[in-house]
Write a protein that binds this ligand. Structure first.
Ligand SMILES: Nc1nc2c(c(=O)[nH]1)N[C@H]1C(S)=C(S)[C@@H](COP(=O)(O)O)O[C@H]1N2
Ligand SMILES: [Mo]
Length: 214
């Protein structure tokens, strides 16, 4: 046998295999590390990544109130136990954040906007509705027609449990057709307006229609 066709030394083979295994492990560690960095500090509840620009507003069962005001004939406030007595509905809908993550088939229970609007009596000039977080910092708005679309509700239950505090306890807007930022958490004030009010994230470039990309 001449030198060219001689099989490689077996020790050389092993070291090449070891090297490949080493490379595989190294890449594995790098990818794991990158995904840990990307998800660091992201809290996940009910498969939702918790997204809040503000501190969780305190929920005091006895003191909490929902206020409905603006261009309505009969502004009103409701306590939490009165809210639970309003006609309620359940739905299962998907949730999409503009960042690209989704949660499929979330079960919600809550109140349709029609129930709120009927009780308040909308003035003829009322064309938009703004949902305010109890923090006073976050809000977003819909047209009346959007608010009356099917699958839109003010939810107080999620997957058969009261809303977790990180996810809006006691009340959040659910608007499945639009991105997450329209789904205001900790809603405690609803105002009816003639012009559409710009929501929190819309001041930073997200679209007021809740469906198109910046
Ligand atoms: N009050 C309030 N509501 C909010 C937000 C917020 O920062 N504050 N973030 C919005 C965004 S961008 C998303 S994606 C969803 C996230 O809901 P989650 O925290 O239950 O996952 O809440 C929306 N509602
Ligand atoms: Mo979001």
């Amino acid at each position: 046998m001449d030198k060219e066709t001689e099989p490689p030394e077996s020790s050389e083979l092993i070291s090449r295999r070891k090297f490949l295994i080493f490379l595989g492990i190294l890449f594995g560690i790098i990818i794991l590390g990158l995904s840990l960095i990307k998800n660091a500090g992201v809290k996940v509840i009910n498969k939702f990544r918790i997204r809040s620009i503000e501190q969780i507003p305190q929920f005091d069962f006895a003191a909490w109130q929902l206020t409905v005001e603006g261009l309505v004939d009969m502004p009103f406030t409701l306590r939490y136990n009165e809210l639970l007595q309003l006609e309620s509905e359940e739905q299962v809908s998907d949730f999409h954040c503009v960042e690209g993550w989704s949660v499929n088939e979330v079960k919600w229970k809550g109140i349709r906007l029609k129930t709120i609007f009927d009780r308040a009596g909308l003035k003829s000039e009322a064309a938009y509705v703004t949902f305010h977080s109890g923090s006073g910092i976050y809000s977003d708005s819909l047209s009346i027609n959007e608010a009356l679309e099917q699958d839109v509700m003010l939810a107080y239950m999620m997957d058969d449990e009261p809303l977790p505090e990180e996810q809006g306890r006691p009340l959040r807007l659910v608007m499945p057709r639009m991105f997450g930022y329209k789904n205001v958490k900790w809603v405690n004030r609803i105002t009816l307006t003639e012009e559409q009010e710009i929501g929190y994230w819309e001041r930073f470039g997200y679209k007021i229609d809740g469906v198109s990309y910046p």
